[in-house]
Design a protein around this ligand. Structure first.
Ligand code: ATP
Ligand code: MG
Length: 384
C-alpha cells in the first residue's frame, strides 16, 4: 500500500546525516558538509511520482477503486542523484521542498543526502494509473510557484557548493517563478563562485529553458555547460534544427546529422555532448572526437528515468576514470569511452526496469556495451 512516510522531520537546509546546521541562513559549503568530489544535483521543480493500481479497467466518469499506491520521490535531478548514490559516489541532492513535505521524508528515507531549500507550496504529484492489462494513464500537475525569496535561497545554496563539488547537475523543468534564462544564468553564477575550482556543470532540460540556453551558448561560449545530454528532439531545440529528422536518420543507420549537431555544440564550448537516441545509439562528442555506442538488447519495460540514468551513468564513468578531480589516471579517450559505456548501460538498465526504477550497479552491464570511435561525421561505417 501507500509508502507515505512518517520519518522524523528534518530542518530545512539540513543534510540527511543530521550533522549540519539548523537553519538555511547558516548554510555555507562547510556547514552543508558537501564531500569533496561530490556529485550535486539540483531539481528546481521536484515531483512525487505516484503510481496507483486499479484492479478493473479504468471507468471514465465512474468510481475507480485503487488497490495499491506507491510514491517515489522524483524529478530529474533526484533520479540522477539516486543512481550516483546507489553507485557509491558521494552525492548530494538539492531541491525546494518544505521540511514537513512527504516528499522530503521519502527522500530522507532513501538514505540520499538531501538539502531541502524553503518552499511554500507542497511538492507536486504526478499520478500514473495502471490498469490490469498494463495500460497506464498519466495525470501530471504543473509545478507550484517558487517565491522570489526562495529562488534567492536556492540560487545561493547552489553557488555555495560550487567550490567543493565535482559535478553540479541542473535538471528538469523550471517551476513558475523561475525565469526561462535560469539555467543559463546559473552556469555563469556557478563558474564565478567556483573561483577556479574545476566544478563541471551538466544541464538536462527541454523546451523554453533549453532553447534559451542554446541561444546563449551560440552567442557566448563561456556560458556553455561542461555536459549537455539532449535526446534528438532536444538537440533540435538547442540548435533550431529538425530533431525528429536527426532521430529518424539515426534509426536508419545514418549518424551524420546527429554527429554534426553534437559537434556543433562542442565547437560552441560544450565539453561533452551526450546525445542519446533511444534504442538506436548514443553519441558522445568532444573536442577529441566522436564515439558511438548501441544499447545492448533488452526488453523495454519503462523508459521513465532512462535519460536521467544515462546522465548519471556518464558521471559515474568519469568519476571511475579518475577524471573528475583533474588528476586523470587514464588517457582522455579511455575516459570518454568508459563514460559512454556507463551512460548506455545505465540508460538501458533503467529502460528494462518498471516505472521510475533507478538502477543499482549490479543491474547494469557496462562491459557488454561496445563503443566505436569515429574520426568525425564521415567515418561512421560499421556503426549501426
Ligand atoms: N528501447 C530501448 N532499448 C534499449 N535501451 C533504451 C531504449 N530506450 C532508451 N534506452 C536507453 O536509455 C538511454 C536514454 O534514452 P533516451 O534517448 O530515450 O533518453 P531521453 O529521451 O532523454 O529520456 P527521458 O525521457 O528519460 O529524459 C538510451 O541511450 C539507451 O541507453
Ligand atoms: Mg531526457
Amino acid at each position: 500500500m501507500s509508502s507515505h512516510s512518517s520519518s522524523p522531520t528534518p530542518q530545512e537546509g539540513e543534510t540527511h546525516d543530521g550533522s549540519s546546521p539548523s537553519g538555511i541562513e547558516a548554510l555555507d559549503s562547510q556547514s552543508l558538509r558537501i564531500p569533496d568530489n561530490a556529485v550535486v544535483t539540483v531539481t528546481p521543480n521536484p515531483c512525487m511520482d505516484r503510481t496507483a493500481a486499479i484492479s478493473t479497467p479504468l471507468d471514465r466518469g465512474g468510481v475507480n477503486r485503487i488497490t495499491d499506491v506507491t510514491d517515489v520521490p522524483a524529478g530529474k535531478g533526484i533520479n540522477v542523484a539516486m543512481a550516483t548514490y546507489r553507485a557509491d559516489e558521494p552525492t548530494v541532492a538539492i531541491a525546494p521542498a518544505s521540511a514537513g513535505d512527504p516528499f522530503t521524508s521519502l527522500v530522507h528515507k532513501t538514505g540520499l543526502s538531501f538539502v531541502s531549500t524553503p518552499a511554500d507550496h507542497p511538492v507536486r504529484v504526478n499520478l500514473t494509473v495502471t490498469e490490469p492489462d498494463g495500460t497506464t494513464t498519466k495525470l501530471n500537475e504543473p509545478g507550484n510557484p517558487l517565491e522570489p525569496d526562495h529562488v534567492d535561497t536556492l540560487t545561493r545554496v547552489i553557488s555555495q557548493v560550487a567550490q567543493r563539488a565535482s559535478w553540479i547537475v541542473l535538471s528538469g523543468s523550471l517551476p513558475p517563478g523561475l525565469p526561462t534564462s535560469w539555467y543559463a544564468d546559473m552556469v555563469g553564477a556557478i563558474r564565478k563562485s567556483a573561483d577556479g575550482h574545476d566544478v563541471k556543470i551538466a544541464v538536462d532540460t527541454s523546451d523554453k529553458p533549453l532553447e534559451e540556453l542554446g541561444a546563449r551558448i551560440l552567442k557566448d561560449p563561456t556560458v556553455a555547460p561542461d555536459l549537455l545530454k539532449p535526446n534528438g528532439f532536444e538537440i533540435g531545440q538547442i540548435l533550431g534544427l529538425d530533431g525528429k529528422n536527426i532521430e529518424h536518420e539515426a534509426s536508419q543507420g545514418n549518424l551524420k546529422p546527429a554527429t554534426e549537431a553534437a559537434q556543433l555544440l562542442v565547437d560552441h564550448g560544450v565539453r561533452y555532448v551526450l546525445l542519446t537516441l533511444g534504442a538506436s545509439v548514443a553519441v558522445l562528442a568532444t573536442q577529441q572526437g566522436t564515439w558511438y555506442a548501441s544499447p545492448p538488447p533488452i526488453t523495454p519495460v519503462s523508459t521513465v528515468g532512462a535519460g536521467d540514468s544515462s546522465l548519471a551513468g556518464f558521471i559515474i564513468g568519469t568519476q571511475r576514470s579518475g577524471h573528475s578531480n583533474g588528476k586523470s589516471s587514464a588517457t582522455d579517450s579511455s575516459v570518454e569511452k568508459t563514460a559512454l559505456q556507463y551512460a548506455v548501460a545505465y540508460g538501458s538498465a533503467a529502460t528494462s526496469l518498471p516505472g521510475t526504477t533507478i538502477p543499482f550497479p549490479s543491474q547494469t552491464q557496462p562491459e557488454s556495451v561496445t563503443v566505436m570511435a569515429g574520426a568525425g561525421a564521415t567515418a561512421l561505417k560499421g556503426v549501426s
